[in-house]
Design a protein around this ligand. Structure first.
Ligand SMILES: Cc1cc2nc3c(=O)[nH]c(=O)nc-3n(C[C@H](O)[C@H](O)[C@H](O)COP(=O)(O)OP(=O)(O)OC[C@H]3O[C@@H](n4cnc5c(N)ncnc54)[C@H](O)[C@@H]3O)c2cc1C
Length: 316
């Protein structure tokens, strides 16, 4: 059996890795020069850097087992610290009650508590949107001054049309009440958002996918870099071959795609109009990541720090 996998990001590489355990004709086609997709690790100034911060965390034991199978003992646990720079103050993310309330000042903090109390008396009923879900758990005021601005700026979608699933995934069953309890009595380990350590592989996040690529090749498969797939060819409605940008056509029994869905649909023949429209309506949010090369001398560190603060102020 011959299988082609489009894209060498985590999804494509994991599919290829699992299949390579059973069959040898696995060919991965990746448009870029390296594996890992958005989770790759690149060389920069003789350093390895990830594409922004990448933390591995999953509730799914199958995912954790697979990760450990690939990484083995070559990882370590790292303390996590994520903060949102908002209104010239650093807010812990996930939210920490004491930090959030002191950052806001006494009046705003008091009004947050009042709105939280009101929410407890008369809870928001529609929790199908991000807005409803967060308001229900944190109160209207905290939602407005913290979650709404940050989320809309980050994702570019109004919170009242953003699905609640989005919040549920990131904030889990956390609420202002829980945050206060945690501040007073500590974290009992119940809340996933409060996990303050994460597993990080030696050599960067991309190491996982580099190892998977090595495994696939050892098992007889191939990982073709700089090989963008132009389109998928079908016969009687079944995918049977791919055409590369250079015009090469390769036949396969199965084709797995992990490239962006909208691009994939645009490259398939005979797609019904409603599917085309649905795919075209999907939007992308771009991220620009700035890497700063700061010399390890104290005055450079100070200049670097001032530079970052200036940028943050400007972005804000
Ligand atoms: C700044 C940032 C931080 C993140 N932090 C985290 C985190 O902490 N934890 C976490 O779990 N996730 C994080 N993510 C998300 C994570 O990176 C993605 O969920 C993951 O990379 C998605 O994997 P994927 O294989 O589906 O897609 P991708 O990683 O996008 O891989 C798709 C691959 O397909 C290739 N491709 C596209 N078109 C073609 C074509 N025509 N032919 C061949 N190949 C093609 C692309 O080049 C790419 O390599 C973060 C993402 C970003 C941007």
């Amino acid at each position: 059996m011959k299988v082609a996998v489009i894209g060498a990001g985590p999804a494509g590489m994991t599919a290829g890795y699992e299949l390579a355990k059973h069959i040898k004709d696995i060919d991965i086609y990746e448009a870029g020069p390296s594996v890992g997709g958005m989770s790759k690790t690149i060389e920069l100034w003789n350093q390895k850097v990830d594409i922004g911060p990448h933390r591995f965390f999953s509730n799914d034991t199958r995912v954790n087992e697979l990760w450990l199978e690939v990484v083995g003992k070559d990882y370590e646990m790292v303390d996590r610290l994520t903060r949102i720079y908002y209104n010239k103050k650093f807010f812990h993310y996930p939210i920490k009650a004491l930090n959030a309330l002191t950052n806001m000042g006494i009046f705003k903090a008091a009004s947050c508590m009042i709105y939280y109390g009101l929410e407890k008396i008369s809870p928001t009923k529609d929790i199908s949107t991000f807005e409803g879900w967060v308001t229900n758990r944190f109160g209207k005021k905290l939602y407005q001054i913290f979650f709404k601005t940050y989320t809309e700026k980050l994702w570019g979608i109004p919170c009242n049309v953003l699905d609640a699933d989005f919040a549920a995934q990131r904030i889990k069953k956390f609420s202002l009440g829980e945050a206060i309890k945690t501040a007073l009595f500590g974290n009992s380990g119940k809340h996933k958002t409060l996990v303050d350590q994460f597993a990080y592989p030696h050599g960067g996040t991309g190491m996982v996918y580099e190892r998977m690529a090595k495994f696939i090749k050892e098992k007889g498969g191939s990982v073709n870099l700089n090989s963008p797939v132009k389109k998928v060819i079908t016969k009687n409605g079944v995918a049977c071959a791919i055409e590369l940008e250079d015009g090469t056509i390769k036949e396969y029994d199965h084709i797995i795609s992990s490239m962006p869905l909208s691009l994939m649909v645009a490259r398939l023949p005979e797609v019904p109009d409603n599917i085309k429209q649905a795919a075209n309506s999907l939007k992308f949010r771009n991220t620009i990541i700035v890497y700063l090369n700061v010399q390890a001398k104290i005055y450079f560190l100070i200049i670097g720090y001032m530079f970052i603060v200036t940028i943050l102020k400007w972005v804000d």
